[in-house]
Design a protein around this ligand. Structure first.
Ligand SMILES: Nc1ncnc2c1ncn2[C@@H]1O[C@H](COP(=O)(O)OP(=O)(O)OP(=O)(O)O)[C@@H](O)[C@H]1O
Length: 239
């Protein structure tokens, strides 16, 4: 079974305006890392919100076509149920972080599932270790750098152990060393069987990806192996 199936997806926000996503179809196999690139405003974040069910459940609007995550139609499952399948890390980590410490932040979702305290503690330690942020355990998330906040937000979703991760520009605020570190983390997560869709502006950051999807004005214009498309994309940017 494919991890993600997007079939003829079109979407228009509730507010007046045109279609943001236009007849998009693609599939992602389990364990694949797929990069989604495209110019600002082309609809990348909107597509991420569709994958997590935030669209249409919270934002309404007009959605046609189908989105399946691990076989679940996002229209038929609640966002909380979908969160067990898809971990969504938003572009602005501040919208996701609210707890007084990093460990509370990461513990929040598994605690909400009423998992035993011992299991929650184990998940928190594992996630901190995977992301290399054990030293930040007692830190206040609001005092961290943008890049560290993204790691904590990623930790909060990884604590639910979803099979699919959707990362919306988590590397934008990182220096080259930080980007390299995230690429290492993604490679590690892939080894553990996770499927990852990562949105980035900068094609350089998607070197880890098996495939690149290119979105232009709400349309999927490329779905190809990374090497070819990144080369073409870079030349487009140089024009
Ligand atoms: N809640 C909303 N209501 C109405 N229009 C919206 C809403 N959110 C985004 N849009 C519009 O949808 C279009 C696509 O936005 P989106 O954030 O998905 O693009 P993006 O490719 O992720 O851009 P960026 O790379 O700058 O984050 C934009 O024109 C944006 O103004």
């Amino acid at each position: 079974m494919d991890a993600i199936v997007v079939d003829r997806l079109s979407y228009r926000y509730q507010a007046a305006g045109g279609q943001i996503l236009k007849n998009i179809s693609f599939k992602v196999a389990p364990g694949e890392i797929v990069a989604l690139i495209g110019l600002s405003g082309c609809g990348k974040s909107t597509l991420c919100l569709c994958l997590g069910g935030i669209i249409p459940h919270y934002l309404g609007g007009e959605l046609t076509g189908q989105v399946l995550v691990n076989g679940k139609d996002t229209r038929e499952y609640r966002v909380a149920q979908l969160a067990l399948e898809v971990g969504l890390v938003f572009q602005e980590p501040d919208t996701q972080l609210f707890a007084p410490t990093v460990e509370d932040e990461i513990a929040f979702a598994p605690e909400n599932l009423c998992l035993p305290a011992e299991e929650v503690g184990m998940r928190v330690s594992q996630v901190l270790d995977t992301l290399g942020i054990s030293a930040l355990r007692k830190a206040n998330p609001s005092h961290l750098s943008g890049g560290q906040k993204h790691l904590v937000a990623m930790g909060a979703v990884l604590a639910l152990d979803p099979a699919i991760l959707v990362l919306d520009e988590v590397m934008a605020q990182l220096d080259p060393a930080g980007k390299k570190r995230i690429n290492g983390i993604l490679a590690d997560l892939r080894r553990r069987g996770k499927t990852i869709l990562i949105v980035e502006h900068d094609p350089e950051t998607v070197s880890i990806a098996d495939r690149v999807l290119v979105l232009e004005d709400g349309r999927l214009i490329e779905d190809d192996r990374a090497v070819t498309v990144v080369g073409e994309w870079e030349s487009m940017l140089r024009c």
